[in-house]
Design a protein around this ligand. Structure first.
Ligand SMILES: Nc1ncnc2c1ncn2[C@@H]1O[C@H](COP(=O)(O)OP(=O)(O)OP(=O)(O)O)[C@@H](O)[C@H]1O
Ligand SMILES: O=C(O)c1ccc[n+]([C@@H]2O[C@H](COP(=O)([O-])O)[C@@H](O)[C@H]2O)c1
Length: 196
């Protein structure tokens, strides 16, 4: 099976992520998409990150009805911060029957040279890239490992959602109903002074 791995902090998972996962799972040669929740992205500060179990739970709630999308907790068992090449190596050894590919935005592709062992990544794994506004993909179109897609875009971010919740503004439709319910019930992303 050809599996596309979509890595992220998913703090929280939002409609922008879901459109990408759904497009990759249903409109490309990938058979399935695994959403890999990263406890700690090596290039980002861990501040503002809620507990990884809550992020994982929201990713599961958002995708529980999606036949071709699953959530992976593999990085919870691996050393931190989470380096993508280490996770890919671990998964490829554990599931030799699968071909693992990466799903990545054009923004990430531009900074890939800062990633651990990026040359190995580009040599051994196919990367399904989706466009991001302002990020030119011309230099990559001929690369043998890169598959440029025309994934539709929804330009929202998890930062926007966290700020909206902290400011008591609605995020309905920006996240799935079940995720919204989870955020409200657990009081996630609220200002410390407002928490029950
Ligand atoms: N609206 C979006 N459209 C396409 N890609 C996105 C979108 N939001 C996030 N991504 C990409 O999805 C991956 C995982 O996202 P991540 O969990 O870091 O969410 P984020 O919304 O970018 O978070 P934050 O605002 O906290 O930085 C990253 O590669 C990120 O660039
Ligand atoms: O392996 C690396 O060196 C590496 C460096 C930066 C980011 N990543 C992975 O890419 C994922 C998305 O990154 P970001 O910065 O767009 O949120 C993140 O969750 C990490 O798993 C991986």
């Amino acid at each position: 099976m050809k599996i596309g791995l979509f890595f992220g902090s998913f703090n929280p998972i939002h409609t922008g992520h879901l459109i990408i996962a759904s497009y990759m799972a249903n409109y490309t040669e990938l058979d399935k998409v695994w959403l890999v929740v990263s406890p700690h992205n090596p290039l980002k500060e861990a501040t503002g990150l809620i507990h990884v179990h809550d992020r994982l739970e929201m990713a599961k709630l958002a995708t529980e009805d999606a036949e071709r999308i699953t959530v992976s907790d593999v990085e919870l068992k691996l050393p931190r911060p989470s380096y993508t090449i280490d996770t890919l190596t671990y998964l490829s050894e554990k599931y030799p029957q699968h071909e693992f590919c990466l799903i990545m935005g054009a923004d990430n592709l531009r900074s890939i040279k800062k990633w651990k062992n990026y040359e190995t990544l580009l040599k051994f794994y196919k990367i399904f890239v989706y466009p991001r506004p302002g990020f030119d993909l011309t230099e990559w179109t001929q690369h043998p490992s890169i598959i440029v897609t025309t994934t539709p875009q929804m330009e929202i971010s998890a930062t926007f959602i966290r700020n909206a919740v902290a400011g008591n503004q609605s995020v309905r439709y920006f996240v799935s109903d079940k995720v919204l319910d989870f955020i409200e019930k657990k009081g996630l992303y609220r200002k410390a002074s407002e928490k029950k």
